[in-house]
Design a protein around this ligand. Structure first.
Ligand code: HEM
Ligand code: 2DC
Length: 469
């Protein structure tokens, strides 16, 4: 017989007491490890209340399937109050990330066509390919200058620039020029603001930002400044395209980018377009760059796997005769590597939904309206879900065995990552160019772990060496 909600194990009775323990455990940076620990203690389902937010946590793919079947027509994630408070305070519209209900749905339908529909890939790929080639040129210049026929560094800043250049090129149909030696300090400031914005968000998941704002806390002030910097830079880019569009005489044949397409389509208000394009630009930097950094790190640790991938890319290049769009259909192992990276190093520690109907998970009754979280990081490392989870093994994604609700790095369903197609193409193209040109090596074994800064990021710099082939 089904057990009641109140019998779900966990520490859910004392939110403030839990917040204190959480803080002692450095929980703001350890959320992923605490979740792992909780699953080990309580089993595959537990309830929890930290500060003001209460949830039920699950880990099994079959349970994830039940969760997503109960997400309703307007799937809703955990509300990140720091992000909505900023917009309320500055009188800015919510973009697609923060909208809910019918407004979310009507905006998302239109954005889907321009951003995530497979038809758009043909437009994005040439733009992304150009950025990938420029990255190779840049690395070659660094190698030359080193005078040692190699380049050793923490690539994260380079990857941030690659990611921002890529996403901007798709959004605006124009290059920012971040692969050059001298870059616009405003663009660098934008990158720094995104990192600061994420970092300052995590404590505010547990301590209400309204309160922190009232007492003038530094974390809230930093958060405001970070979003101000993000919006200022995005506004400049958007204004620029808007002006160009009004001066243009005839329609041109060239793909003009997501922003210009949305403006010409004239189905969303300018304010809605601005809000969502800003979120796309901000969401497109740390996510892909950190996933690529982890991938290079894993390839450096697994040289024979790296050679296997290189061979796959070479064969794809030959078969596709250099046509990049076609090449992307011929690199299953590269795609497996990216899935494997997101399994071990997901960007999002969890996926969450407020369920719209009662469900039964692990024989417990969960009422409609409950926030249910799938522990994505924990699932990726669970030996009951993945065979030898500690091993980085892209080929596990090639097997015909089902991957039922196991590949969830970009979320699921109509509320999944809007930038998914851009992110995937951008990362695949990056790896193709890197594998074709360089060998990636790492120093003596340095073990790098994840740390939670709203998204999961490496807890120490990852130093890699790139050598020409
Ligand atoms: C949402 C992951 C890159 C823009 C999400 C979600 C996840 C995610 C897990 C929540 C999905 C859900 O609740 O089901 C990732 C990963 C990325 C990535 C792993 C790269 C490796 C990007 C990029 C962009 C972007 C490049 C922009 C171009 C967004 C937006 C949403 C979102 C706008 C909110 C969509 C909505 O609420 O309707 N992403 N993301 N993401 N992502 Fe990404
Ligand atoms: C963080 O407990 C942990 O894709 C919380 O591109 C639950 C939670 C809620 C929303 C998640 C967030 C976590 C991680 C970062 C995500 C976010 C939704 C979208 C965002 C997953 C798991 C992200 C990185 C977007 C960010 C776009 C923004 C910069 C405009």
């Amino acid at each position: 017989i089904v057990k009641p909600f109140s019998e779900i194990p966990g520490l859910w009775k004392n939110g403030v007491g839990n917040l204190y323990n959480f803080w002692k455990l450095d929980g703001f940076r350890n959320l992923h490890r605490i979740m792992l620990h909780n699953f080990n203690t309580f089993g595959p389902i537990y309830r929890e209340k930290i500060g003001y937010y209460e949830s039920v946590n699950i880990i099994i793919p079959e349970d994830a399937a039940i969760l997503f079947k109960a997400e309703g027509h307007y799937p809703k994630r955990l509300k990140v109050e720091a992000w909505t408070l900023y917009r309320d305070y500055r009188n800015r519209k919510y973009g697609i990330l923060l909208k809910n209900g019918e407004e979310w749905r009507s905006n998302r339908v239109i954005l889907n066509k321009e951003v995530i529909s497979p038809k758009m890939l043909g437009n994005f790929v040439p733009l992304l390919d150009e950025v990938g080639q420029d990255f190779v040129t840049r690395v070659n210049r660094k190698i030359e200058r080193s005078g040692q026929n190699r380049w050793t560094s923490d690539l994260s800043q380079e990857l941030f620039k690659y990611a921002l250049e890529s996403v901007s090129s798709v959004l605006y149909g124009e290059r920012l020029g971040l692969m050059l030696d001298y870059i616009d300090p405003e663009a660098q400031h934008f990158i720094d603001c995104i990192t600061l914005m994420f970092k300052t968000t995590s404590p505010m998941l547990y301590i209400p930002p309204r309160l922190l704002k009232q007492i003038g806390a530094k974390v809230w002030r930093d958060h405001m400044e970070a979003w101000d910097g993000i919006f200022n830079q995005a506004d400049r880019c958007i204004q620029n395209i808007y002006r160009q569009l009004r001066q243009e005489t005839g329609p041109s044949k060239k793909y003009p980018g997501v922003l210009a397409s949305l403006l010409m389509l004239d189905k969303l208000s300018i304010e809605d377009i601005k809000a969502s394009v800003t979120e796309l630009m901000a969401g497109g930097v740390d996510t892909t760059s950190i996933t690529l950094l982890w991938t290079l790190y894993e390839l450096a640790k697994h040289p024979s796997l790296q050679e296997e991938l290189r061979a796959e890319v070479a064969a794809a290049r030959a078969a596709a005769q250099g046509d990049m769009l076609e090449m992307l259909n011929r690199i299953p192992l590269v795609k497996g590597a990216l899935k494997e990276t997101l399994r071990l190093h997901p960007v999002a520690v969890s996926l969450q939904r407020y369920i719209t109907e009662d469900i039964i998970i692990q024989n417990y009754h969960i009422p409609a309206g409950t926030l249910v979280q799938l522990g994505l990081y924990a699932m990726g490392r669970d030996p009951k879900v993945f065979f030898r989870p500690e091993q980085y093994q892209p080929s596990r994604w090639l097997k015909t065995e089902t991957h039922y609700f196991k590949s969830l790095g970009f979320g699921f369903g109509p509320r999944q990552c809007l930038g998914r197609r851009i992110a995937e193409a951008e990362m695949q193209i990056f790896l193709i160019h890197m594998l074709e040109n360089f060998r990636v090596e790492t120093q003596r074994h340095v073990d790098v772990q994840s740390t939670f800064e709203l998204i999961l990021v490496p807890d120490k710099p990852i130093i890699l060496t790139l050598k020409p082939l």
